[in-house]
Design a protein around this ligand. Structure first.
Ligand SMILES: Nc1ncnc2c1ncn2[C@@H]1O[C@H](COP(=O)(O)OP(=O)(O)OP(=O)(O)O)[C@@H](O)[C@H]1O
Ligand SMILES: [Mg+2]
Length: 425
């Protein structure tokens, strides 16, 4: 059973205008760090003690910081409730000194390593595989982001959100320990050549699971805007249950009469809603746009943003939009790796849903609860397509054609995209 949602941020944090409204055309500006939610945490009176001089990165700060976390938990913020504080030497041991043999992946903020916890490590903590994220902390800001993730993720328990097991804060090291997701990220499955193609049914299952995670955040008493919905943040369990990870950019939604939160524009190229990029106005519908982009990636097997393609095909939303209105056109952009094995009606419905999600007008985008209803209604469809066997295994139309080389470049391109320098300004 999911733990009931308990808001932990004071209301003023959620609606305050941080005065850093986006500059139009600012998307190419690189930003080395990601969470301005975390700065808000630091600014809260309740959390000021966490972030003021005691948060300087000195060895003496670590013990103090841990005390602060416990104090916040005692004050009802839920920090540390069910979270384990690990020692660096413990995490070193379970990951074989963060060996590259145990490397699961690398994002913009550091490497992620697999480790095994045995039942002797902590009373009450079961033996299990874990993923240890080693944050590349650069100064106080990096620390704040790590802290925000500990505080926010520590609140959540839901079948479609990755579970944060614990953290480590020692000297200048900041680490996070998550449940291990055996099938890695959706990004790896869709775009890496090593993995076998995801079936249509599995794609639908993942889309439904990820939608449930987002719906949970949006449906909370105090809605949370996730702000970084993308394939690399959708992790997969052994049975392809999708779980959202990475809450570094998450932000509490508007309160009371407010319709939006105004904030600095952050996120990932290709996924950010246009009105958010233009105005800095953030709503749950901004997440729905990102969700629509992921639906397009599931349909087409193409990345949200792929600089290895020509200008007209670089941005998936712009390229795919004209094809989403009919089955005949849609057929031209379906992921060749599906080799025609998909429900034609299902694909048409998913395309139509994606089109709504990426609507330029936020209020025309569906709520995530409606998205779930639509997608669940498609899971039983058995009208598996078309001339199985005759379906080309290479892209259908010339403009769709990509060589193995450019696919590799696309993967590399994607890795750069999600690295530190690729976050939106
Ligand atoms: N809990 C986990 N279980 C298994 N693999 C994981 C887990 N968390 C992360 N990974 C792997 O590590 C990779 C890097 O994750 P990380 O969140 O650091 O970066 P990212 O999502 O690729 O980029 P960004 O920095 O933009 O979030 C993921 O793509 C995934 O393959
Ligand atoms: Mg991530």
């Amino acid at each position: 059973m999911p733990r009931p949602w308990r808001p932990m941020i004071a209301a003023k944090c959620c609606t305050v205008d941080d005065g850093q409204v986006a500059v139009i055309g600012n998307l190419s500006r690189c930003r080395p760090t990601r969470s301005e939610f975390s700065k808000k945490v630091a600014e809260l009176t309740s959390f000021r003690r966490l972030m003021s001089p005691s948060a300087e990165l000195s060895s003496s700060s670590s013990a103090r910081f841990n005390e602060d976390l416990s104090a916040a938990a005692a004050a009802g913020y839920g920090i540390g409730a069910g979270l384990y504080a690990f020692q660096l030497c413990e995490l070193r041991a379970i990951t074989h000194d963060f060996s590259s043999n145990y490397l699961l992946g690398e994002g913009g903020f550091g490497t992620v390593h697999k480790g095994y916890i045995d039942e002797k490590m902590r009373p009450g903590l079961k033996a299990q595989a874990v993923a240890v994220k080693l944050l590349d902390i650069e100064g106080l800001q990096g620390h704040r982001e790590w802290l925000a993730e500990v505080i926010l993720l520590g609140q959540f328990r839901h079948p479609h959100l990755v579970k944060l097991i614990g953290y480590c804060c020692e000297d200048e090291e900041r680490l996070l320990v998550y449940e291990f997701m055996p099938r890695g990220s959706l990004e790896n499955h869709l775009f890496r050549r090593i993995s076998t193609a995801l079936s249509w049914g599995t794609r639908l299952k993942i889309a439904v699971g990820a939608a449930k995670g987002l719906a949970f955040l949006h449906g909370a008493e105090k809605p949370v805007i996730y702000r970084d919905f993308k394939t690399s943040n959708i992790l997969l369990d052994s049975d392809f249950t999708a779980k959202l990870s990475d809450f570094g950019l998450a932000k509490m939604g508007p309160e009371g009469e407010d319709t939006h939160v105004t904030t600095r524009v952050m996120g990932t190229h290709g996924y950010a809603a246009p009105e958010y990029v233009m105005t800095g106005h953030l709503t749950t519908r901004s997440d729905v746009y990102g969700y629509g982009v992921v639906l397009l990636e599931l349909l087409t097997g193409r990345r949200a943003m792929d600089k290895s393609r020509g200008k007209s095909e670089e941005k998936l939303v712009d390229w795919a939009r004209p094809y989403l209105t009919s089955s005949r056109k849609l057929r031209c952009i379906m992921d060749p790796k599906l080799a025609g094995h998909y429900s034609v009606k299902g694909a048409r419905e998913v395309a139509s849903l994606a089109l709504q999600c990426i609507s330029p007008t936020p209020k025309d985008r569906p709520r995530m609860s409606a998205v779930i209803d639509t997608l669940q209604g498609l899971q039983h469809l058995k009208d598996m397509a078309v001339s199985v066997g005759a379906w080309p295994t290479t892209p259908i139309v010339g403009r769709n054609a990509i060589s193995a080389k450019s696919k590799m470049e696309g993967a590399a391109n994607g890795r750069r995209r999600v690295s530190a320098s690729a976050k939106l300004g």
